[in-house]
Write a protein that binds this ligand. Structure first.
Ligand SMILES: [Zn+2]
Length: 384
C-alpha cells in the first residue's frame, strides 16, 4: 500500500501521517468513535478569535489519510477532500454527530461527510472555504491509552496578519479584554449523570450547585458570567465551548467536576489544563506565529489551573485540613482541547470516598469550594 504523507496544509507544516503497512494480514477497519465540532461564532464587534472552529475526530488507531484533490479552486472558494480508507463509523451516535456537523451552517467554512462502501470502504470528508479568509491546519494527537485524535483547526487569516504586523507586546495582549467574561461549565447534566457515590450524591448535581455559587460570586465582583447550563440538561461537549453573542467577551473557561474511583480510599482535589506544546510542530513563519499564540494560551491555562488549584485547596482546608493535593496535571479532556480561550477543569473531590462525600454533601463546603474557585480566578487576572 502506498505510503501517505501529508505535511503542508495552508502553509502550515504539521505532523506527517505514515500509513500503516498491512502485508499478509487481512485488512482490518479502523473505527471512528466520535467527532466534535468546536465552533467559534464571534459576531461583528465582539472579541476576535484566532480560531474559527475545530473538528476533533477520535479514532481507534492512527488513521490513514489520503488527500484526494489539492485545493480545487473557483474564485476564492477552495475545497479540500480527505479520505480515510478502511474506516468505519463505530456506532449510530457517531453517525448522528457527523450528520449534525454537516447540518451546521457556519459562514467561514462548510463541511460534508460521505460514508463510502466501494471500491474501498472509508469515510470521505470535504471542507469548502474562502482561502483568502480561512486557513486550516491539522495534526494527529498522541494520547497514550486513549483513541488517536485528529484535530483540524480553522483559523482567521486576518487575525494571523494582525499578529504578524504587531509587536510582541500586542501578541501577548491580543486576547485580553477590559472586562473579562468567564464561561462557567458545570460538568455533565441530563441523562449524563457523571460520577455517583456515597449519600446518593450525583456528580451533575454537585457540579451545577458549585457552578451556580461560583457564577453568583463572580457576578458580585463585576464579571460577565456565562453558565453552559443552569439546569439539569444534557449539553454536548462541543456546545460548551461555543463562543456566541452571549459570551462575546469570554476570556477564560472553567469546567467544574467531581471525581470517582474504584478505590474507595482515593480522595483529594486535582486540576487539569491542556498542554499544546507536545502537539504542535512546524517551522515556517506562519506556523511560528500560530504556535506563539497557542503557547501563550497554554501558559495562561496553566497559570489559571495553578491559581484555582491552590486557592480551592486553601479554602477546602478550612474544613478538611488533611485534604490531599493531587496536583495540577496536563490532560486531553475534550472541553480543554476544544476551547478557544485559556481553560481549566477542576475535580473538586471524590464522591466515592465516604469522608470526602460527607463534606461535599454539605452546602457550606460546596460554598467554600466555590469561593476558592472565585478567588483563584481573581488572582489569575491579577497576574496576567
Ligand atoms: Zn465529570
Amino acid at each position: 500500500m502506498k505510503r501517505t504523507r501529508i505535511l503542508v496544509v495552508g502553509g502550515f507544516i504539521l505532523y506527517g501521517l505514515g500509513a500503516v503497512e498491512s502485508i499478509g494480514a487481512p485488512p482490518r477497519c479502523n473505527q471512528l468513535f466520535k467527532v466534535f465540532h468546536h465552533r467559534v461564532e464571534a459576531r461583528p464587534g465582539s472579541v476576535p478569535f484566532l480560531e474559527l472552529g475545530k473538528l476533533i475526530f477520535s479514532f481507534a488507531s492512527e488513521p490513514k489519510i489520503d488527500l484526494l484533490n489539492s485545493a480545487a479552486r473557483s474564485g476564492n472558494q477552495c475545497q479540500r477532500t480527505f479520505f480515510f480508507p478502511m474506516m468505519e463509523v463505530a456506532n449510530s451516535e457517531c453517525k448522528e454527530m457527523l450528520y449534525s456537523i454537516a447540518r451546521t451552517t457556519i459562514s467561514p467554512y462548510k463541511i460534508s461527510f460521505d460514508i463510502i462502501n466501494k471500491p474501498v470502504q472509508g469515510l470521505r470528508f470535504t471542507v469548502t472555504y474562502d482561502h483568502e479568509k480561512v486557513g486550516m491546519t491539522y495534526a494527529v494527537m498522541e494520547s497514550a491509552g486513549e483513541h488517536k485524535r485528529l484535530i483540524i483547526t480553522f483559523y482567521d487569516k486576518d487575525q494571523i496578519k494582525k499578529i504578524k504586523n504587531a509587536q510582541e507586546s500586542v501578541l501577548r495582549t491580543a486576547y485580553q479584554v477590559r472586562k473579562p467574561g468567564i464561561i462557567v461549565d458545570c460538568g455533565h447534566g441530563g441523562s449524563d449523570c457523571g460520577a455517583s457515590g456515597y449519600y446518593n450524591l450525583s456528580e451533575k448535581e454537585v457540579n451545577l450547585e458549585v457552578g451556580m455559587y461560583v457564577a453568583n460570586l463572580l457576578r458580585k465582583k463585576g464579571f460577565d458570567v456565562f453558565l453552559t447550563r443552569s439546569a439539569d440538561v444534557a449539553i454536548a461537549l462541543d456546545e460548551r465551548t461555543v463562543m456566541t453573542d452571549h459570551n462575546k467577551a469570554a476570556a477564560i473557561l472553567i469546567s467544574i467536576h467531581s471525581n470517582a474511583a474504584p478505590n474507595i480510599y482515593a480522595s483529594g482535589i486535582e486540576t487539569f489544563f491542556f498542554d499544546i506544546s507536545h502537539h504542535c510542530s512546524g517551522a515556517d513563519k506562519q506556523s511560528r506565529l500560530l504556535k506563539a499564540v497557542l503557547y501563550d494560551r497554554c501558559s495562561k491555562s496553566q497559570l489559571l489551573a495553578q491559581n484555582i488549584h491552590q486557592s480551592v485547596l486553601a479554602y477546602a482546608r478550612h474544613k478538611q485540613p488533611e485534604v490531599i493535593d493531587r496536583k495540577v496535571k496536563q490532560s486531553f479532556l475534550q472541553v480543554l482541547v476544544g476551547s478557544a480561550v485559556p481553560s481549566t477543569l477542576v475535580e473538586l473531590g471524590f464522591l466515592t470516598n465516604k469522608q470526602e462525600a460527607a463534606l461535599i454533601k454539605d452546602k457550606h463546603y460546596k460554598m467554600l469550594l466555590a469561593a476558592g474557585i472565585c478567588e483563584g480566578i481573581i488572582r489569575y487576572f491579577e497576574q496576567c
